[in-house]
Design a protein around this ligand. Structure first.
Ligand code: ADP
Ligand code: MG
Length: 737
């Protein structure tokens, strides 16, 4: 079939009401209707659907559209029916959600030849009787939407996608159009190979989304950061992605408690709730949807103003797709990702137990995300490079790294070392291993290759492995090095790299960013005092104010003859220098400060902070107060009530299915968050009066912290761990709260 541009434009206007084609649409459509295979790479929102919908309407027969999500099919069919009035049979879908009668109705329309578009899930396409049926009708072409599902290297691999080609061959010799919004060069190859589309013309639109802003943040206090961000951007629509359903529920609840209209979305909710929550988001009834990655595919909400990743995504493909949902109307779209290396370790743990090849792929994809997060290079450059596209500008002006450029260094010599090392070895190795060699890390792997004997081993020890990793990654982006994804990411030198080696020149590179280990906030409420981490290290507090507060604390400590740490711990003081509380109520937002402590010791501190804020014109963190969710483990409330009623500890533990250790953990956590508990009834029953006094005065007079292991060492074997813990609880509760 052949149509002039004029005729195509007419059809576009007639069926869809648009005056012009977007991007490559017209050429794509021309190729398809003339019987060629086409491969379309277009970012989300680029207008892929029209590339097969319009040809389907124009060509003879029915176009089969393979699409992975049953839920989306109905939307698509409704949409096309909406464009074309009074012709309900024009588009149908065939999948497992239809009953017998509905299926027959669809088949009738197909046999009658009124249906131009038939959407099918890959599972339905591969069914024997459907194949037989399709052989009876005239098919115009096959459209494979979300074609990246063919590849294991994509982020949602669907094995059934791999069976499409043989079936198409069986049904008849018709053209194929494959479409995807996310495909790295590797995934692209997979798609072409699997669909046997070597001859196909490839249409690549730029993946750059110039209106999106990218930022990676330290995950040291993500909840507070998110609430502050949303409060600073009132009324804007946004998506927050979390990895687990539990986290989704928790964050959604937390937002609501803080006066932000939000709803959760994940696969664990029933279909009606999911549909309701999605609608509420689309219709702006709520501002924020907190979701797992189950949310978003096919959602066309043009005015999403921010996409926040609470957890690091598993791959950059997924990340780009998810962030792509921001700013589809071309206006503001901020993409913020929280990162801590702990999350990476968690994700790696999840992969254990999966087949080795899958683990290998998963780890490599994850490694790319780490590289992205830790890099100080332009984020846009890295992302586009990942999709095989070069971003020419030096500074994109729309990412954290370009807005706050880090110091660069001349990496000429370092890059030469990397190239020399790779070329000096017979085999190729992964980036990590190369970095370890240059950084002089002698692990088992390196020894097994005798690489610790190499001349270049440890040549850059003083710079550290992190530095070498950064150099290698930038070598990749600059195309001096190449990574063979298929073979475990082995690194080789490109001709450009060798040319540089022959004629070296100045080469400005950036160091990677150093991230603070985030709080392990999954168990922050549960952790016992002993395990409590000290956040705030390097966490942007005010050192001058901290020194002043420490001064007040030592005065007070002398006056009350109490150890300073019992008044306020260091992390509490550090938090004060970040939050600048000026009332006792606000003071309680600082970590480790409960009602009791605030009342007993807080006043002089808030007085000084208040004065300091005024004198120095400090901008307090938008004067917001983050409220925490009421403790979900109703355990704590139960325990507090039971202790008030003097119930024996064994009984409390039994009725909650805990052992005594777990109960003590809970009690310690209650006390450390500032609640006063009187456990004398239990202590007096279990411990001698003398021992109680000894332990108590140890904490009061000798201890330099509340450390349990120190106490056990000091007090010696006459005191059991449990005794020390009990008295420590008494002490902390009486003196602290
Ligand atoms: P994709 O599948 O690439 O993510 P869609 O096919 O869903 O994108 O299209 C995104 C949006 O662009 C839709 O709202 C669609 O109606 C619109 N669109 C597509 N083609 C055109 C065009 N030629 N002119 C105007 N709008 C278009
Ligand atoms: Mg689409």
């Amino acid at each position: 079939m052949q149509l002039s541009s004029e005729e195509l434009h007419k059809a576009l206007k007639k069926y869809f009401g648009f005056d012009t084609f977007k991007g490559n649409q017209e050429e794509i459509i021309q190729d398809l209707i003339s019987g060629k295979d086409v491969f379309v790479l277009m970012p989300t929102g680029g207008g892929k659907s029209l590339c097969y919908q319009l040809p389907a309407l124009l060509m003879e027969g029915t176009a089969i559209v393979v699409s992975p999500l049953i839920a989306l099919m109905k939307n698509q069919v409704d949409a096309i029916r909406g464009f074309i009035e009074n012709r309900d049979g024009i588009a149908h879908f065939l999948n497992s959600s239809l009953n017998k009668a509905q299926t027959n109705e669809v088949k009738e329309d197909l046999l009658k030849g009124v249906t131009k578009l038939l959407y099918m899930a890959p599972e339905s396409l591969t069914k024997e009787d459907n194949i037989d049926f399709l052989k009876q009708i005239h098919i115009s072409f096959f459209a494979i939407d979300e074609a990246h599902c063919i590849s294991e290297w994509g982020h949602d691999f669907r094995p059934e996608y791999r069976r499409i080609r043989p079936i198409v061959d069986e049904i008849g010799n018709v053209p194929i159009i494959a479409l995807t919004a996310t495909a790295t060069p590797k995934v692209r190859e997979d798609i072409k190979r699997n669909l046997k589309m070597d001859e196909a013309k490839v249409f690549i639109s730029s993946f750059n989304r110039p209106n999106l802003y990218y930022e990676v943040r330290d995950k040291s206090n993500p909840k507070r950061d998110i609430i502050k961000y949303i409060k600073d951007n009132p009324g804007k629509s946004g998506i927050i992605y979390c990895l687990s359903r539990k986290k989704v529920e928790e964050i959604s609840e937390l937002l609501n408690i803080n006066g932000i209209k939000a709803l959760p979305y994940h696969a664990g909710l029933d279909a009606a709730t999911r549909a309701h929550n999605q609608d509420a988001f689309l219709t702006q009834e709520v501002d924020v949807i907190v979701a797992t990655i189950a949310f978003g595919m096919g959602i066309d909400k043009p005015d999403v103003r921010f996409v926040i990743h609470y957890d690091i995504p598993k791959s950059l493909e997924g990340y780009y797709q998810e962030t792509g949902r921001a700013g589809r109307d071309g206006n503001e779209g901020e993409c913020i990702c929280f990162y801590s290396y702990k999350d990476i370790q968690k994700l790696e743990k999840f992969m254990q137990g999966k087949p080795v090849s899958e683990q290998e792929i998963g780890k490599q994809l994850l490694q790319e995300t780490v590289a992205y997060a830790e890099s100080n290079q332009c984020r846009r450059k890295i992302l586009l490079n990942y999709f095989g596209e070069d971003y020419p500008q030096e500074n994109c002006g729309m990412c954290d790294n370009c807005l706050h450029p880090k110091k660069q260094f001349d990496g000429m010599e370092d890059m030469l070392y990397v190239i020399e090392l790779i070329n000096s070895m017979k085999e190729n190795f992964k980036g990590e291993q190369l970095a370890n060699i240059l950084g002089g890390v002698s692990n088992a792997l390196i020894k097994s290759y005798n690489q610790n004997k190499l001349e270049l081993f440890g040549i850059g020890r003083d710079k550290g492995v992190r530095h070498w990793n950064a150099v290698i990654r930038q070598g990749l982006v600059l195309h001096m090095l190449d990574k063979d994804i298929e073979r475990y990411g082995l690194i080789s030198v490109t001709p450009a790299g060798n040319a540089f080696y022959k004629r070296p020149h100045k080469l400005m590179l950036t160091e990677d960013r150093d991230f603070v280990d985030g709080e392990d906030d999954d168990d922050d409420e549960e952790s016992s005092m002993e395990n409590r981490k000290l956040p705030g290290t390097g966490g942007g507090g005010n050192d001058e104010l901290l020194a002043i507060l420490k001064g007040i604390r030592s005065d007070m400590s002398r006056k009350l003859s109490l150890p300073p740490w019992i008044i306020f711990s260091d992390p509490s003081l550090e938090d004060m220098t970040i939050l600048y509380p000026i009332t006792l109520v606000e003071l309680k937002n600082c970590q480790g400060v409960g009602e009791g402590k605030a009342r007993k010791y807080g006043q002089p501190f808030v007085n000084v902070i208040s004065k300091y804020v005024e004198e120095n014109g400090i901008q307090r963190p938008s004067d917001f107060v983050m409220r925490s969710a009421p403790n979900k483990s109703s355990n704590k409330i139960f325990i507090i009530q039971s202790i008030d009623r003097r119930i024996p500890f064994e009984e409390i533990a039994n009725s909650r299915d805990m052992d005594i250790d777990e109960l003590l953990d809970e009690i310690e956590s209650i006390v450390s968050s500032g609640t006063h508990l009187n456990i004398d009834y239990c202590i007096r029953q279990n411990i001698d009066e003398d021992k109680i006094d000894d332990i108590y005065s140890y904490f009061k007079e000798e201890a330099s912290s509340d450390s349990l292991s120190d106490a056990m060492k000091e007090l010696g074997p006459d005191y059991t761990e449990e005794e020390i813990r009990l008295v420590r609880i008494k002490f902390l509760s009486e003196v602290g709260n």
